[in-house]
Design a protein around this ligand. Structure first.
Ligand code: GAL
Length: 937
């Protein structure tokens, strides 16, 4: 018999759409960072066996295991994103050295949330900015995305699958960090932000505005604005797009408008142009930013707005005299960096990007290569704001459609940033000197050019460039990694090609350490150690500075990073390449570059420390980094050396050690321009805490690094101290990480303890959401005077977020028996191969009993652990008709009234899977059944 079941739709859904339609006018971008449940380790999917299980396993919404909507995650750890589980673990000799000897593995995340019925009809999109490394995402039991790169964001249109009201939306993410994409520390987990974006059904898509100013003549600029609209409705629409250029104060400078027909259920691209005269330019010294506000209107009503940032600047690359910013020559003083920091791994709070970039600017760097992957959006915003030029780099060298989409995602997301000057399609690929490599680069470059013709495409090659067919023939700027001996030959052979060093140096040093003992894994900080393929910092800059045709350098690296512990392996767990250590404390290389790069203020720094106990009379190597003309060295009032400054090599002396005061004086044009003093200190007596900022926002995001030192009785920092420090924190903040820059340290990066390494440690504090008042940090160490630090936590508006709710068990997978005239056995077995006489139905929809008066609703479920142990309560919302409730074939309760009402039944404790049968009786023709949600509390 064929069953005819009439669906009486929950009336809300249709009328709701129509009613809400007039108020769909603004986008909301809500943070989805809070309240994730996390499980470390894999949860294998249950084996699928049998007819019915196999059948339903293949159906939408029916994912099993930890991807199922009703999976019990109540005992999982609750945390906020960004999260990197690898950094929480111990350093382990059995793990990969490249990943900093950190175990990575597999983890699961789940998040339940509600969507207001008022949002019906809106376009809803989930956004994940970065998950390391591979992941599969389910929404409401449907697999909705697989992401095969830890460095690309992805966006999931969830509109069709959204549930509203008390029906929960459940995201499950399986993160596979066994796989690696790099040979450096990559972290593990949802390590960048996540979002829920609500928009009008006709809206500007994510990354859908391209508005990058172009200079027309001496005073006129144009911003060609390309806007991509998505219309998720099944009718086309006449829309108006308006774009205004706003200055930093929000004043309108210029605007433009156009009309367009937005196609039904499709994307439409609109173009307009905003003309501007004499804007203020963006430069590294004065990074003036403007905003482009794009407004979408329909029937005179604003239905979407999106604001993007832009900067007015020109970039020019030449084959003979290098790079020009705003027509002024500028040598790129660049650094390469990975994206991790001490204590937090790759889950770097936004404010830490500012901290790191300011350190690089302090060194005199003006450029940054994102090695070897696209960075976070917040990082690029900081580069725009602070004035740092960026080489944005693609991760995977692969020209197949899936990987091309990773590349084009990067360009679409990033092409409005004035900071970005170069797109890099690869780093050091074995196919760089082959025809295949050439063809792949050609294709990748063409894909970039479809999206942006204003910036050149480069590739960082470490060889192959003299092969008959090679990638240099496919790029706009040829990037050399190392191969310094080949710069001139290549330039001579190809005088019209634009060349840059894309990676150089690979010199090693450990901060505050002045001897090299390879057996002990120590490296001196005099810039003497380098990789066989590399050069010292001093050799590198000399080679590059003396070649005007080169755009500049990109030092490997600005900061140390976890992993790739060259030139060592176990027990060294961190890299040694940085000009700053993992915490951002300067090494000698930092001062070398300051002296080489900074022209507008005097620089003078001397190493080493002056605490050489028991070494009286022994010659100590002293190195001065200065941009003066001459440096004089004075020990305890006596001149011990004087040299003309060698601007590349810097200056060194062997000075017989005498405890006391070592001074350096810098002279230019015969006048003293700089002075540096270092003194022999006494024993440490007290701790000093110095925050990077004295005030942070109480938004739960803002984080501040605090420098930890010890001082002697005269208040002088003891640079040789390696004492243990313990921290106690009070107030609305957390310690989110600790570090000390020692690549050989195996101390935990989480917790509240850390030793100083050569006089320094770092503790990173982050406000709690709703934070107001003060945080108080106490640092203590046996025998020393403790330090107290207060940081003001400024009340700040909450970051608009998706509310965190306590998940509850919803029974939403039901089978409905045929409707019959005679009372059926409510516990009748369903035949194993019967996929048709019982219909799968969700709760929340009543049925018309046109063929009789009886029907059975059946659901199998596993109660949450606590409910298995102590029992629970089943709540039937809007149960309609008379009903018998059976659990595991035992009658639990009877509802005698026909009327629709909420009905609750206590269920006894019991382990494992349970079977619930609801026998409904009503008058033929009536609607009856599970008229609302069924929840177990
Ligand atoms: C380069 C590579 C970098 C890093 C560096 C170490 O070849 O591009 O990622 O491994 O060597 O010297």
């Amino acid at each position: 018999m064929k069953l005819i079941i009439t669906f009486v739709f929950s009336v809300l859904s249709l009328t709701g759409f129509a009613q809400q339609n007039s108020s769909l006018n603004y986008r909301e971008k809500l943070s989805l960072d809070k309240g994730w449940r996390f499980h470390l380790g894999d949860i294998p999917f249950p084996e699928v066996k049998g007819h019915l299980e196999s059948y339903f396993n293949a159906k939408a919404g029916k994912a099993g295991g930890a991807a199922a909507t009703d999976y019990d995650d109540t005992n999982w750890r609750i945390l906020n994103l960004p999260h990197d589980w690898a950094i929480e673990g111990r350093i382990d000799s059995t793990a990969n050295l490249a990943q900093g000897y950190r175990k990575r593995g597999i983890g699961w995340y789940r998040r339940s949330f509600k969507i207001d019925p008022k949002d019906r009809g809106k376009n809803l999109e989930l956004q994940f900015d970065g998950i390391a490394t591979h992941c599969t995402v389910w929404l409401n039991g449907n697999v909705v995305h697989r992401n095969w790169s830890g460095y690309t964001s992805f966006y999931i249109d969830m509109t069709d699958m959204a549930k509203y009201g008390d029906e929960l939306n459940v995201i499950s993410i399986r993160v596979d960090a066994v796989d690696q994409e790099g040979w450096w520390y990559e972290g593990a987990g949802i390590y960048r932000h996540s979002w829920l974006v609500k928009r009008s059904p006709l809206h500007i898509i994510t990354d859908g505005v391209f508005a990058n100013p172009v200079k027309k003549n001496a005073s006129e600029w144009e911003i060609p604005v390309e806007i991509t609209l998505q219309n998720s409705r099944d009718f086309s629409s006449d829309a108006v797009i308006y774009a205004a250029l706003l200055d930093a104060k929000g004043n309108k400078i210029a605007d433009s408008e156009t009309s367009i027909k937005a196609a039904a259920m499709d994307k439409t691209i609109a173009n307009l142009s905003v003309k501007v005269n004499n804007p203020q330019l963006w430069s590294v010294d004065q990074p003036t930013l403007y905003k482009v506000q794009t407004v979408l209107k329909e029937k005179g009503q604003v239905i979407d707005t999106l604001t993007t940032t832009c900067g007015f600047r020109t970039i020019r690359f030449t084959a003979d005299s290098g790079f020009y910013l705003n027509d002024k020559p500028m040598k790129l003083q660049g650094v390469c960096n990975h994206q991790d920091h001490a204590g937090v791994g790759v889950a770097v709070p936004n404010s830490l990007w500012d901290f790191r970039l300011k350190k690089l600017k302090e060194m005199g760097a003006n450029a940054y290569r994102c090695a070897h992957n696209p960075p976070s959006a917040e990082f690029l915003n900081a580069c725009d704001r602070l004035g740092i030029l960026v080489m944005d780099e693609n991760r995977n060298f692969n020209s197949s459609p899936e990987y091309i989409s990773q590349l084009t995602w990067m360009v679409r997301r990033d092409r409005n940033h004035p900071s970005i000057i170069l797109w890099s399609v690869f780093n050091e690929e074995p196919m760089q000197g082959t025809e295949i490599g050439y063809r792949m680069v050609k294709r990748m470059s063409a894909e970039v050019k479809k999206l942006d013709t204003t910036r050149p495409v480069t590739a960082a090659a470490n060889g192959g460039l003299f092969e008959p067919v090679n990638v240099s023939q496919a790029v706009d700027v040829v990037g050399f990694n190392y191969q310094m001996n080949n710069y001139d030959r290549f330039h001579q052979e190809h005088p019209n090609m634009i060349l840059t060093s894309s990676e150089d140096a690979s010199a090693y040093m450990i901060r505050g350490n002045y001897t090299t003992d390879l057996a002990k894994h120590t490296l001196d900080a005099y810039d003497t150690q380098k990789a066989s393929w590399g050069a010292t910092h001093r050799e590198t800059w000399k080679t590059i500075a003396e070649r005007p045709y080169l755009l500049g350098c990109f030092i490997w690296t600005g900061f140390d990073y976890h992993g790739e512990p060259s030139p060592f392996d176990w027990p060294t767990a961190g890299s040694n390449f940085g000009t700053l250590d993992l915490c951002g404390f300067p090494k000698t290389a930092f001062y070398i570059h300051q002296a080489q790069w900074i022209k507008d203020k005097p620089i003078l720094q001397v190493v080493p420390h002056w605490n050489w106990e028991h070494a009286e009379g022994t010659p100590i190597k002293v190195m001065a980094m200065s941009n003066a003309e001459k440096v004089k060295l004075v020990l305890n009032g006596k001149v011990v050396g004087e040299q003309k400054v060698d601007k590349y090599e810097m200056n060194t002396w062997e000075v017989p050690y005498r405890a006391g005061k070592l001074e350096a004086v810098g002279y230019t044009n015969g006048k003293e321009v700089s002075h540096f003093t270092i003194e022999t200190t006494g024993k440490p007596t007290q701790i000093r805490l110095t925050p990077d900022r004295n005030r942070i926002n109480g938004d739960g995001w803002d984080a501040v690094p605090v420098t930890v030192e010890v001082l002697d009785s005269k208040g002088r920092p003891v640079q040789t101290a390696n004492l243990p420090i313990e921290f106690e924190l009070e107030g609305p903040a957390d310690i989110i990480g600790l570090g000390n820059g020692d690549p050989n340290s195996h101390e935990m990066e989480k917790g509240n303890k850390r030793s100083l390494f050569n006089g320094l440690a770092q503790v990173i504090l982050q406000s709690k959401e709703g934070g107001n008042g003060k945080l108080n940090l106490k640092a203590s160490s046996p025998g020393l005077k403790s330090a107290m630090l207060s940081i003001e936590i400024q009340p700040t508006e909450d970051i608009p977020s998706v509310e965190v709710i306590k998940p509850y068990l919803l029974l939403d997978k039901w089978l409905l028996s045929p409707i019959s005239k005679v009372k059926p056995d409510p516990n009748k077995e369903i035949e194993g191969n019967d996929m048709n006489s019982w219909q799968p139905v969700p709760a929340g929809q009543s049925r018309t009993f046109s063929d009789g008066s009886f029907a059975v609703f059946r659901s199998s479920f596993t109660p949450y652990l606590a409910q298995q142990e102590s029992g629970g309560k089943i709540m039937f919302k809007n149960l309609k008709g008379k009903a018998e409730i059976w659990l595991d074939k035992k009658l639990l309760a009877v509802k005698k009234e026909e009327a629709q009402n909420d009905f609750s039944v206590q269920i006894p404790a019991g382990k494992g899977k349970r079977e619930l049968s609801v026998l409904i009786e009503t008058i033929p023709g009536n609607t009856a059944g599970l008229g609302g949600l069924v929840i177990i509390e």
